[in-house]
Ligand binder design. Sequence first.
Ligand code: ACO
Length: 350
Amino acid sequence: MGITILGTGHHVPGVPVTNDQLSAVMETSDEWIYPRTGIKQRHFVAEGEGVSDLALKASQRALANAGVDAEEVDFIVFATMTPEFIFPGAGGLLGAKLGIPRVPALDIRQQCAAMPFGMQVANGLVATGAAKTILLVGADAHAGFMPWEDWDVLYGESDRPVSQEAMERGTRHRGLAVLFGDGAAAMVLREGGEDRGFLGADLHTDGRLFDRIYIASGGFRSRPYFTPEMYEREEHIPKMQGRDLFKVAVTELSRSVRTVCEKCAVTLDDVDWFIAHQANDRINGAVRQALKLPESKVPSNIAKYGNTSAATIGLLLDELRRGGEVKEGQLICFLALGSGLNWGSVLMRL
Ligand code: ACO
């Protein structure tokens, strides 16, 4: 039938940063953030910590959960929009850290939509015999583009006031900055056999919508590819058209879920869980209403982690599997939308 998920694991760094703590570095509040997003707190990597470090811990947990040795992994698919280096990608770094340095590692760049894309790629690799045991990882470390420098104030290690300039910079980017948090999640994937596995996917990319969320600078149209002026223009911080993204996400994700169910000849009622990317509880609430799904089938953990981009789906699935809620044999619909824009959904029987 295609690949299924044998094991899952996740890791988030450090201690949580609450919405109220953010108000030390920008004009914001829990009263604004929570009702609009469902987010209460998020985690950030420490200086010097990268996505392959987060991914290592998540992968070790996923392998232990699957009862699979790292040496059995014969392909890594690594999804991140915040790699350690512009090149090379993070997959090879993870392989080296896991002690499997010669295993092929493919980095994919579908941002928050990475998991449905990664699952389809992994399924294809297994179907063609190119791989048997795939480690699919989503990890993101957004701390590097946060619009503040006063990390000691954020963590309450100092009570000095931040400068007016710093407060104004934080406030200019608050609509974006309050949404994201850092984390990693991993899945061990193998052929499922007769009754379990990947049923189908509905995936889309529309590059006309690239500017709905993107980083304007640090790219190879300019010489050099990064300049002090770019930093002064604050172009290392993503630009986002939040309202537009919200509308596209609700419309396209609802359509994609219907399409994948039709393709695979299952009804919405047949699906046990809709495990959606955690960008905003209100987006998922609107998709749920559009599809008339019961609230209990569309779980959320955004309150604890914010939007961890490529990690959200794996992180939520890992919590639900370990909590005994998601069980072997259940039919899962994974759905996500992210920068690109990329979006889509996958149906898989666990
Ligand atoms: N705290 C306080 N006030 C704020 C904040 C904040 N954090 N952010 C914005 N505001 C203010 C704005 O300045 C504005 O004030 P004004 O009316 O005085 O000008 C007001 O709140 C409304 O701002 P909007 O941006 O219009 O707020 P909106 O209701 O659209 O909500 C939000 C913003 C939550 C970002 C919403 O648009 C959203 O969730 N969009 C989807 C974003 C998303 O999913 N991004 C991830 C994409 S996936 C990926 O691949 C990375």
